[in-house]
Ligand binder design. Structure first.
Ligand SMILES: [Zn+2]
Length: 331
């Protein structure tokens, strides 16, 4: 019996089978794909496979000494490198530790595996230090980088890894998987979560766990009140103390894309049905150049958020809302 706890997502099985069929592997992998498609799970499963002393049909056996140590979270030849706090940078100290780990002999006499996640969180010093380790690979050590944004990595790091894209499943497969994973929700809720998650099923689960649907509902109501002059931008900015800014930026990006499609006639109704009255109204009344200016501001700030920039929270929300409202005023 293989260890089911470390299985890749079903939509990654073709890649998995191809990867595990051979016995010789690259020493550095870069698993890349959208947030929430199952890259981390894939890397964990692959690490388990590499460490297992007797893999069965391409999976970690779950029975051997090495698998037992891994299950107990105390495998001495497995290292996970990640930010000390979520959303923070991976610093050079962590990469120095990684270098020391690479230099040691495997304590269990087999392979050593390092999972580095998310790779784009390395600051420049850390990235340069990693580059040194990549240039001097040790024969029994495997480095698994995981990244949502591989384009943010140094090209010299990317080029030293085997880049393995991990795809987003098709809509039907994702919906079926969500139905199985969140049986208490109905298909409409699954669809709304999946839409918010850009089609990535594990991201949809994470959004569900942070109650993103009701946060989004609050923002939708707030935006409507803003446009009707019932609430000011500064009032709303104070009202959302727990709203993750990345989510807010993502939603406005989604709505902006709908505005562009509506404005250019590419579509008659918005994809985002929670704004199905507001967006067509706005599209009729705004000017395309103003919309394009707004979109470039929004994308720039979303990039800053993804780059872990420290934005002043209230000021960011207020500026965003003021500009959104001004779309209707700039004739
Ligand atoms: Zn095993």
């Amino acid at each position: 019996m293989a260890d089911q706890a470390v299985s890749p997502c079903p939509w990654h099985l073709p890649v998995w089978d191809a990867l595990t069929a051979g016995s010789r592997h690259a020493h550095a992998f870069l698993f890349a794909g959208l947030p929430g498609v199952g890259k981390r799970l894939f890397a964990e499963a692959f690490a388990a496979h590499l460490l297992c002393l007797q893999p069965q049909s391409g999976r970690a056996c779950g029975q051997c000494r090495s698998c037992h140590l891994r299950q107990a979270g105390s495998h001495p030849d497995r290292l996970v490198v990640e930010p000390e706090e979520q959303g923070k940078a991976i610093r050079i100290d962590a990469i120095r530790q990684l270098g020391d780990f690479m230099g040691q002999t495997a304590q269990q006499g087999g392979r050593k595996v390092i999972i580095l996640h998310p790779a784009e969180a390395m600051n420049l010093n850390a990235a340069n230090a990693l580059l040194k380790s990549l240039e001097e690979p040790t024969s029994d050590t495997y480095l698994l980088l995981v990244s949502d944004q591989p384009s943010r990595l140094l090209p010299t790091i990317r080029s030293r890894c085997r880049v393995q894209p991990l795809v987003t499943p098709g809509h039907a497969e994702a919906m079926a998987w969500l139905q199985h994973s969140l049986p208490d929700l109905d298909a409409e809720q699954h669809g709304a979560l999946l839409l918010m998650a850009g089609g990535a099923p594990l991201r949809a689960i994470a959004l569900h766990e942070m109650d993103a649907a009701s946060l989004r509902q609050q923002v939708v109501e707030g935006v409507k009140a803003l446009l009707k002059n019932q609430q000011s931008a500064s009032q709303l900015a104070e009202r959302w103390p727990n709203l993750p800014l990345e989510l807010l930026a993502d939603w406005f990006c989604d709505w902006t894309l709908d505005l562009l499609r509506l404005k250019t006639g590419a579509m008659e109704a918005p994809v985002n049905t929670d704004m199905d009255k507001v967006l067509p109204y706005m599209a009729r009344h705004l000017q395309l150049p103003a919309l394009l200016n707004w979109q470039s501001w929004l994308l720039q700030h979303r990039g800053m958020l993804l780059g872990k920039a420290n934005l002043n929270r209230v000021l960011f929300i207020e500026t965003l809302l003021i500009q959104w409202k001004q779309l209707l005023e700039r004739r």
